[in-house]
Design a binder for this molecule. Structure first.
Ligand code: SF4
Length: 179
């Protein structure tokens, strides 16, 4: 069986995925790598919700270093692109590269992400970023699954209500708040 690293962006996006994997007997390593999120209080809140949910499945969340300045460097020059534009592609790449690196360093051979579960995200961008990231670490395979299919989109909404998740109103970075 694959040794899976699940990159999670937040509890609402990852709830149905974790439940579906659990039903299949798969216990992934959950990796919270989201230096895009500001302010820090918002980051802490999203992380706490992920930990709360994962604890129900006996899963410990691995937290990546939080470095918003490094993330800003990664999207430099593209700050004012619209959502689903070049800034978002670079944001996905930044986070998934870090996830792929962690997987490679810890003997995990497959990477997927909850980023693909939100209808606000461009699936092709997520897939391209994941493929790019895993291409840098040959022992890690990209699993570009569409986590909206198979009833998971509906289950996502149900779990948000059941768990009374904090449900954020913006994607995460300062530019996603400028509406
Ligand atoms: S809008 Fe979301 S995906 Fe796009 S750069 Fe900001 S945090 Fe990243």
């Amino acid at each position: 069986m694959a040794k899976l690293l699940l990159h999670v962006c937040c509890a609402p996006c990852s709830g149905a995925i974790i439940e579906a994997l659990d039903k299949e007997g798969v216990k992934p390593v959950v990796f919270f790598s989201n230096s895009n999120i500001v302010p820090r209080e918002e980051y802490d809140l999203r992380l706490a919700e992920c930990k709360r949910y994962c604890s129900k499945f006996g899963i410990t969340v691995v937290e990546d270093d939080y470095d918003h300045a490094a993330w800003r460097e990664a999207v430099k020059g593209f700050e004012h692109e619209p959502e689903r534009g070049e800034r978002c592609l670079r944001c996905f790449r930044y986070r998934l590269e870090r996830a792929a690196k962690y997987a490679a360093q810890h003997g995990l051979d497959t990477l997927t992400t909850s980023l693909a579960s939100s209808r606000w995200k461009d699936l092709e961008q997520v897939d391209a970023a994941g493929g790019f990231a895993c291409g840098l670490f040959p022992g890690v395979r990209w699993w570009g699954n569409n986590w909206r299919k198979g009833g998971l989109q509906q289950r996502r909404s149900e779990i948000i209500k059941e768990q009374n998740f904090y449900n954020q109103t913006f994607c995460g970075c300062e530019f996603s708040k400028l509406k």
